[in-house]
Write a protein that binds this ligand. Structure first.
Ligand code: URA
Length: 447
């Protein structure tokens, strides 16, 4: 066949639908520091979700965003495109205000557990779609799954019914229909060094929260060694970006900037974090966990039109505990059943008298993960009883030989690598070098 014949044959063949843009042009535009036009950005996300744009192309685009950043309008369009990739839920017919909370993640962050039932005490519905842990930050669902019988997977109808009932609060797995573009892109960012980019984090978090359909949202944006954002200036920029995205989409959104240099509370793991949450619900527990739970509850209830709600009283008089038990039972869990305990423990003691001057969140998170509390791959199981229980926190006085923390695992072979992660992660100094106590909530960001 001659070339002319082949060309004629190709022209006669029916053409498939033409793609509106070329991924390489879109990548080049961002690589060279340009602004990607709205239609091209929307196409890129849609074409990636459909599988037309490859993982390699999207990874390159994500790296270009990481290096060059994005303007606010681009971030808004990116967020819209991710929302448009899936379903949008609506709680409009619920007859109650809905308020959600999202934390950017940290070590020992179990706040959702006491917070959701506490806020529900005041007749507000809390749709808390949560995730599992990956790497050193824990996942709310992993923690709750250490409660015998508790079920993370609810249909949209079950979720709606639980929110409408007296229970009011629901913590469950986000369905696969919500922002599927983000699901795909987040997994890709996780393995291509492109997680810590403000446009990508903001659009990822806010696309899911806006698609979820909550009326209001409080963001707990963490800064410090155990957070995505190491310094408070970057955390502030992330918070402002997300507050703007939420507000522009009609979701009343505020953010608190909170300290994640030191693990939150005393428990890092899964079952032990549930235990600590129950202590908070009983009116006790570590001061920092109580302080942050109360601050976030006040913020959520204020957005729900109840700025004067007495949240302390609800923790102290048993109403929050009743609400927790109802929430756990509604999802087939037994709130009174014993939680898993570890087969092996290893206690680390103080080598000298002095004051604990430093305890770095990140190595403690990594050590808990190596003990089995977290997973390296999304399909790995977690060990519910694995983790770390701190006996002291920075600012406290210790004497030589006194326990500092206890490692728990099902296999004592895990202790060596956990201890390796903890080498240099804490310090005992003289009383004069004791750190000044700092409030956990540093700033409040509003629209
Ligand atoms: N959590 C998310 O959902 N997305 C991110 O990009 C980071 C944290």
């Amino acid at each position: 066949m001659t070339l002319r014949q082949a060309l004629r044959q190709a022209q006669d063949r029916p053409q498939g639908p033409r793609e509106a843009f070329d991924a390489i042009d879109v990548i080049r535009a961002k690589r060279d520091g340009g602004v990607v036009p709205d239609a091209a950005l929307r196409w890129m996300i849609d074409a990636y979700t459909r599988g037309y744009v490859s993982d390699a192309q999207m990874a390159s685009f994500a790296m270009a965003i990481f290096q060059r950043g994005m303007q606010r309008d681009e971030i808004r369009v990116l967020t819209d495109a991710m929302i448009a990739s899936g379903e949008r839920m609506s709680f409009a017919s619920l007859g109650k205000r809905t308020v959600d909370k999202h934390s950017t993640g940290g070590v020992g962050d179990k706040i959702t557990l006491p917070l959701a039932p506490l806020v529900a005490v005041f007749g507000v519905a809390v749709p808390q779609l949560s995730g599992r842990g990956l790497g050193h930050t824990g996942g709310t669902l992993d923690k709750l799954e250490s409660i015998p019988g508790w079920r993370a997977a609810l249909s949209n109808e079950e979720m709606f019914a639980q929110m409408q009932s007296d229970v009011g609060a629901v913590i469950c797995a986000a369905g696969s229909g919500l922002a599927p573009a983000d699901k795909k892109l987040y997994a890709l960012r996780d393995v291509t060094g492109t997680v810590e980019a403000i446009p990508l984090i903001a659009s990822s978090i806010m696309s899911k929260k806006i698609a979820e359909g909550t009326d209001a949202l409080v963001l707990d944006v963490k800064f410090g060694g155990g957070a995505f954002m190491q310094d408070i200036d970057r955390a502030r920029e992330l918070a402002r970006t997300m507050v703007e995205l939420g507000t522009d989409s009609g979701v009343a959104t505020t953010a608190l900037l909170t300290d994640m240099n030191v693990p939150l509370g005393l428990a890092i793991g899964n079952a032990n974090e549930v235990r600590e949450s129950v202590e908070i619900l009983a009116g006790g527990g570590p001061a920092d966990v109580r302080e942050l739970t109360l601050a976030l509850a006040r913020e959520m209830l204020s957005l729900a039109g109840q700025p004067d709600a007495d949240v302390e009283a609800a923790l102290d008089d048993g109403r929050a505990m009743d609400s927790w038990k109802a929430m756990i039972r509604a999802q087939d869990g037994d709130p009174d059943a014993p939680l898993p305990t570890a087969r092996e423990t290893h206690v680390v003691t103080a080598e000298r008298d002095g004051v604990v001057t430093r305890m770095d969140a990140l190595p403690f998170g990594i050590a808990a993960w190596r003990l089995g509390a977290g997973r390296a791959r999304a399909e790995d199981p977690v060990i519910f009883a694995a983790g770390i229980d701190l006996a002291v926190k920075p600012g406290e006085t210790v004497t030589a030989g006194q326990p500092l923390f206890t490692l728990s695992a099902d296999d004592e072979g895990r202790f060596a690598r956990a201890l390796e992660a903890l080498d240099g992660a804490y310090e005992i100094g003289d009383a004069a070098s004791a750190p000044a106590p700092q409030p956990i909530v540093r700033e409040r960001i509003t629209a």
